[in-house]
Design a protein around this ligand. Structure first.
Ligand SMILES: Nc1ncnc2c1ncn2[C@@H]1O[C@H](COP(=O)(O)OP(=O)(O)OP(=O)(O)O)[C@@H](O)[C@H]1O
Ligand SMILES: [Mg+2]
Length: 233
């Protein structure tokens, strides 16, 4: 079984169904991107992995079903960088990072050193309130907080949203290092297909809550379904 294995996942908000029969798998050490337009279901998919939505179907991680809610998902080794970061705006960078550390107390020193190696700017700005940070810096704090949980799988919702190209490049380099140097498995969502294709090895195209196409970057580069997911029919 794949490291992360999602089978026939349906997700619901009340009576509205946001995901339809989604199946997706991710092998250990892969970088996977889920591409889709606004409302495609990207955040719902990641929230569902964390146990934050009402679902049917199965989600397994490292051979065992995930069905214990967000705290259990974190304990199992899934780090989450959510869409709007959910940082505490009037707390410092350091304190926001520590919010991620509550399940991995024994790893605090090691993880903090790794976060600061990856994002030296956060070390310089440890005392800064996150409310005064740029979007790129907040994304770094959000990723850093996820890394403080000692994850084996990192899931990140639209890591480049609202960021300038130069900062996107920095974030991409950081994610690649996390995989190459620290062995993390990474699942991101993106609207920015170009970014996704420079970072990920395999893609899933999500449209209206369903997987419309999947394949390697080379297989999907010129696939009309990728364009349709952006521009509609
Ligand atoms: N809390 C909620 N209550 C009701 N419907 C919701 C809720 N959250 C999302 N939805 C609906 O579920 C569908 C998928 O939304 P989702 O936020 O997962 O899409 P997305 O791909 O992340 O979009 P975006 O690119 O805008 O972030 C949409 O139709 C949305 O309106
Ligand atoms: Mg979203």
């Amino acid at each position: 079984m794949a490291f992360l294995s999602i089978e026939n996942l349906n997700a619901f908000y009340g009576k509205a169904q946001a995901l339809h029969d989604v199946s997706l798998s991710c092998e250990k050490g892969e970088i996977i991107a889920v591409i889709g337009a606004n409302g495609a279901g990207k955040s719902t998919l990641l929230d569902s992995i964390m146990g934050l939505t009402k679902t049917t179907g199965t989600i397994s991680f490292d051979g065992t079903p995930l069905n214990g809610g967000p705290a259990a998902a974190v304990e199992r080794g899934i780090g989450y960088g959510p869409e709007r970061f959910n940082l505490f705006p009037y707390m410092s960078v350091y304190d926001n990072l520590m919010v991620g550390a509550f399940t991995a107390r024994n790893d605090i020193e090691k993880n903090l050193a790794a976060v600061f190696r990856l994002f030296p700017r956060l070390e310089e700005r440890q005392a800064q309130e996150t409310s005064t940070q740029s979007g790129g810096e907040r994304q770094m704090v959000s990723l850093g907080r996820a890394l403080m949980t000692s994850p084996r799988l990192l899931i990140v919702d639209e890591p480049t949203i609202g960021l300038a190209p130069k900062v996107c490049t920095e974030i991409a380099a950081a994610l690649r290092r996390l995989r190459d140097d620290m062995g993390l498995t990474i699942l991101i969502t993106e609207q920015n297909a170009n970014f996704a294709m420079t970072l990920a090895e395999r893609l899933y195209v999500l449209e209206a809550g369903a997987v419309r196409a999947t394949g390697t970057v080379d297989e999907l580069r010129d696939d009309p379904r990728l364009l349709e997911a952006y521009f509609g029919h």
